[in-house]
Design a protein around this ligand. Sequence first.
Ligand SMILES: [Zn+2]
Length: 271
Amino acid sequence: MKNYSEDEVRENFKIFFEEEGLTSEIIRVAENYPDDRSIEITYGDLMDHFDVEFPEYIHENPRTCLELATEAINEILGSSYEDTSIRLRIKDLPAAHNKGVRELRADDLTKFIGVTGLVRKATEVRPRITIAVFQCMRCGAKIKQHQNIGKIEEPMECQSCGKSANKTSFKLILEDSEFTDYQTLEIQESPEDLRGGEQPQRLKGWTKEDMVGIVSPGDRIVMNGILDGTPKSGPGGSKSRTFNIFMRLNSIEVQDYEYKDVKLSEEDKTR
Ligand SMILES: [Zn+2]
């Protein structure tokens, strides 16, 4: 498969947006940011423009490619819209990249795929911290710390007075920190996709920003995004070599379908 440098990926996206007439849409979204914050295309749009190689490269390397798409959008916008981070959302993946929950394999990890199922759970939408600002209790300096998944990370030391974390303490300043809306979905296989007495298998999807709050339990959806995994916990808090899988969603397609017999407990509805 052809390899693309980061510059080539960014340039490809830029040309794609410009030649497919998406520039005015990008500017419209930037004007309405953060109420609007994404541009939607189909996988077919990419195939029409590039043929198969570049779309396949995106399928294989989605995390970097999607970040570079946002950078390409920023280049189109120029310096007048510095604080936007507009996402490219890709829908309608080809059959080869659409999988059933029980078809997911090690090969699918880190790839851009679509998985169809019935929404079993949708958690409440909650803010999640992305950039935490801490104040040093010794000198009062404020320190920015980018946050990843898992527990909130405090600074190792104060950059201003140089005191390490065990010589001072850090107070989280909510007003200066940055948050994004966040929601976890869980889908299960549709009854018509099951044979005989098979129990439906489930998959979690993480959504954020403008994708939260758009689906309800019972909806049949396609979750498009990156299949990710975390090591299962082993004995004594060790990390297993076996992984739990989940998806980081890039886009959601809600299908025109309602299956009334999905059994949802009260707990599922409220969690
Ligand atoms: Zn300090």
